[in-house]
Design a protein around this ligand. Structure first.
Ligand SMILES: NC(=O)NC(NC(N)=O)C(=O)[O-]
Ligand SMILES: [Zn+2]
Ligand SMILES: [Zn+2]
Length: 441
């Protein structure tokens, strides 16, 4: 008689507390035992000798755009790309789908599609826009992971940005629900005026685009939203901070007792303005890529524990929204869902001596903890969901466009060489990626 569904044998098991060699037994989608040697038998065994077993990553920030804009990405392709990258849980953003997730009905529509199509686990963000403050409770009761608002133009007509009154009132509501607000923190006034000025003066280079969204604009928005967080007591999560200055403001606020966390993205840790100049709109995002010194300062802050979460902010579009367009007109959003762990391993572990424990902390444990999923997610422990990324740290590969599972097979990382290759991804006890194939392939 078989005791377990699966046993992962002899891997180096990585948790925030340290790395231990051993076996992991799985039954009914959960980890049931971890030991140096497990004697029972299983229907399936995976030999992880020489491999590292990480908790499956929790990506707090993707835009899969379904329903309504599945031709931009989609839940099947998007989640397949995560499986290929060792990510076992994603939080889907409320915008770029039509309808946006701003009421219960829209939530149900997206949840039904995610249930049907996703190969990994997921949660949904609810949107907070000027029109839906009376729908936040309904969304909360549906089970949103938190609420997302934009402090500047979102680029999407049906997802308006939240001006100060909406932010302040909305945060009072969210505090009452004991939920959390995530913000895209750039000043609409600063970015809007600078973009107009530059376009009127024919300043339309990649560098001009970057200068139209200066770090100061993020610093202003973050300082303002922190004041509201302090006044309302609402939990706050600042997404995609692009520079150390922004992270530092948040670090200071934490010391004052404000309940705030900060996320950055693989692209701010690995790409610069010169990549934007070379690659054009496929490396366009908002806030924009910064210069090398900012990349290094973010890595230092990550090592120091001041960056809480890494999210991919995967936000692609069909290529014709990018190619043949000026930098100001092109769609802003980087395709990165599949490569988060690759970037963290190559740029962090291999090049900058960031420990595996730290990588697991920012990419799995912290996101799970901040959004209430821990210890089911984000750690390898008896009782946790069997969500694992099994990696060969030594294997290097050069990313090819055809490796990408995205609907649109482009990424600023194509042609880059990464050390650290995902061999298996296990989601809720099921192998969803192995032998270079996602189960659905
Ligand atoms: N509408 C979007 O998907 N925008 C996203 N685009 C980026 N980051 O360039 C974002 O997260 O702000
Ligand atoms: Zn954003
Ligand atoms: Zn985003």
């Amino acid at each position: 008689m078989q005791t377990y569904d699966k046993i992962i044998r002899n891997g180096s098991i990585v948790n925030v507390e340290g790395i231990k060699k051993g076996d992991i037994a799985i039954k009914d989608g959960k980890i049931v035992e971890i030991a140096e040697r497990i004697n029972g038998s299983a229907a399936e065994e995976i030999d992880a000798t020489g491999l590292h077993v990480l908790p499956g990553l929790v990506d707090t920030h993707v835009h899969f755009n379904e329903p309504g804009r599945a031709e931009w990405e989609g839940l099947a392709t998007g989640s397949a790309s995560l499986a290929a990258g060792g990510v076992t849980t994603f939080f889907d953003m409320p915008l770029n789908s039509t309808p946006p997730t701003i009421d219960g009905e829209a939530f149900d529509a997206k949840a039904a599609l995610a249930e049907e199509k996703s190969v990994v686990d997921y949660r949904l963000w609810g949107g907070m826009v000027p029109e839906n403050l009376d729908k936040l409770e309904e969304l909360h009761n549906k089970g949103v992971i938190g609420f997302k608002a934009f402090m500047s133009n979102s680029g999407i007509a049906d997802f308006g940005y939240a001006e100060d009154v909406t932010l302040f009132k909305g945060m009072q509501v969210i505090k009452g629900l004991d939920s959390i607000l995530a913000v895209h923190a750039e000043s609409d006034i600063i970015t809007g005026q600078l973009a107009n000025y530059m376009k009127e003066n024919g300043q339309v280079s990649a560098r001009d685009y970057v200068n139209s969204r200066p770090i100061l604009s993020e610093m202003e928005a973050v300082s303002r939203i922190l004041a509201y967080a302090e006044a309302t007591g609402c939990k706050l999560h600042v997404v995609h901070a692009s520079s150390g200055e922004v992270v530092q403001i948040i670090a200071d606020a934490k010391k004052r007792g404000i309940d705030v966390t900060v996320e950055t993205c693989p692209h701010y840790l690995s790409l610069t303005v010169s990549d934007l100049e070379k690659l054009g709109p496929i490396a366009k995002c908002a806030p924009p890529l910064r210069d090398e010194e900012h990349v290094e300062s973010l890595w230092q802050l990550l090592k120091d524990g001041e960056i809480d979460v890494i999210g991919s902010d995967h936000s692609p579009s069909p290529l014709d929204f990018k190619e043949g367009k000026g930098i100001f007109e092109a769609w802003g959003g980087i395709s990165g869902a599949q490569t988060t762990l690759n970037v963290l391993l190559e740029e962090g572990y291999w090049k900058r001596e960031v420990s595996l424990e730290k990588i697991v902390q920012v990419a799995a444990e912290n996101p799970a903890k901040r959004f209430g999923l821990y210890p089911a997610k984000g750690t390898i422990a008896a009782g946790s969901d069997a969500d694992l990324a099994i990696v060969n740290l030594e294997e290097s590969f050069t990313l090819q466009a055809e490796d990408l599972r995205y609907r649109h097979k482009y990424s600023p990382y194509v042609g880059r060489t990464f050390r650290g290759k995902v061999q298996y991804t296990v989601s809720n006890g099921e192998v969803v990626f192995a032998d270079n194939k996602v189960v659905t392939e």
